[in-house]
Design a protein around this ligand. Structure first.
Ligand code: PMP
Length: 389
């Protein structure tokens, strides 16, 4: 036990120790933290659906089918709500079929380790999410990581590492800590030219990006060029879980080979029903209004930050990092903002490379623009005080 405690002390001394903050009540634009109402600037509930009345109602209706699903999908845990949600997701993404996974983490580890194995090759962006990294490790395939969004480097690797087995290019659609986009047009072209499958993890684009909320691939006009669309239901869609949307063959293969799909109790009805409601909402006029409101909020917040002289690290989306650098300053920044009623997390290694610590601000459609402007002013005042700007 001694070594565990020592390691924790070491983390504390390096400013890398982590602990959890507890929110009382529902997830809204403001939350109750330690008895204080604060502006929530670090949630992935981008459209505010996590606390939406239509999703709440759907969850209650879902409970009519019981609380638990009782078994894994291939045993007796496939209920008609699973099928309905999967049909709905396939329609949403324009694919032959879709499969629901229990979380984005489970989806990435399950999908990647199923599609490729020993002797196969994975090409992965250096800033891809941890669940992609873990899926790649689990697969035992050869992994080549290319510098972030560097398509010349990706092409070089595809050319120089022909291999004999399957080849998978995998990328975040929206990079979760930087808020920039994968160059999907070029990636589709490279995947075709070099005979590789292309998988896009659109955890942060789903429901949010593109004219109809289909995500990064819609925004960049490549819906048909992506072989495996992975996305999550717990961020923009406000519910919980994840999916793979792909061809009938790939989905059928995953049913037979993806261990996180096969060996885990399936999602319960009260989680499936709100996911269906969320997709309906995204397709409605209200969904479009929420996306428009989110885009306006993002533009307003970024303009204020840029005016103050912050580096937002090339963000192209509702994920707006503020570059700080050292871990200690980042955590101090976050602490002082909380004292001012703004809840935003500092992001440190191992989530991001050392020396590139940042505040990761995330904007929601349900934020009041006046609150965002006031927050940007407070952030600027604190940034000056700490020497960040
Ligand atoms: N992929 C990306 C890009 C993510 O940001 C996340 C969540 N942080 C996941 C996958 C995992 O999704 P989930 O939270 O549903 O496990």
């Amino acid at each position: 036990m001694q070594t565990f405690a020592e390691e924790l002390d070491q983390l504390r001394s390096e400013g890398l120790y982590r602990s959890m903050r507890v929110i009382k009540g529902a997830q809204g634009s403001h939350v109750d933290l330690d008895g204080k109402r604060v502006l929530l600037l670090c949630s992935n509930n981008y459209l505010g659906l996590a606390d939406h009345a239509a999703l709440r109602r759907a969850a209650v209706m879902g409970v009519a089918f019981g609380v638990g699903s009782g078994a894994s999908r291939l045993v007796s845990g496939t209920m008609d709500l699973h099928e309905e949600l999967e049909r709905r997701i396939a329609r949403f993404k324009g694919t032959e079929r879709a499969l629901v996974f229990n979380s984005g983490y489970a989806a990435n580890t399950g999908i990647i380790s199923a599609l490729v194995g020993r002797g196969d090759t994975i090409f992965s962006d250096k800033l891809n999410h941890a669940s992609i990294v873990d899926g790649a490790l689990l697969s035992r395939a050869n992994v080549h990581r290319y510098p972030h969004r560097d398509m010349a480097a990706l092409e070089r690797l595809l050319r120089e590492k022909p291999g004999t087995g399957r080849r998978l290019i995998v990328t975040d659609g929206v990079f979760s800590m930087d808020g920039d986009l994968a160059p999907l047009r070029k990636m589709v072209q490279l995947a075709r030219e070099y005979d590789a499958l292309l998988m896009v993890d659109d955890a942060h684009g789903t429901g949010v990006l593109g004219a109809t909320g289909r995500g990064t691939a819609e925004l960049l006009g490549v819906m048909d060029g992506v072989d495996i669309h992975m996305g999550t239901l717990g961020k923009g869609l406000g519910s919980f879980g994840a999916y793979a949307a792909a061809s009938e063959t790939i989905c059928d293969y995953l049913v037979n080979r993806a261990r996180s799909f096969i060996f885990s109790t399936s999602l319960p009805p009260a989680v499936l029903a709100p996911s269906i409601a969320a997709l309906d909402l995204v397709d409605s006029r209200e969904g479009k209004e929420l996306r428009d409101r989110l885009a306006a909020n993002v533009a307003l917040f970024k303009k204020s930050l840029a005016g103050a002289g912050f580096d937002t690290m090339g963000s192209e989306t509702q994920i707006v990092p503020i570059f700080v650098g050292p871990a200690e300053t980042t955590m101090q920044f976050s602490k002082e903002l909380l004292e001012q009623g703004i809840f935003v997390q500092g992001i440190r290694p191992p989530t991001v490379p050392a020396g590139s610590c940042r505040l990761r601000c995330t904007i929601m459609a349900t934020h009041d623009p006046a609150d965002l402007e006031a927050a940007a002013h407070t952030i600027a005042r604190m940034g000056k005080k700490l020497g960040v700007i």
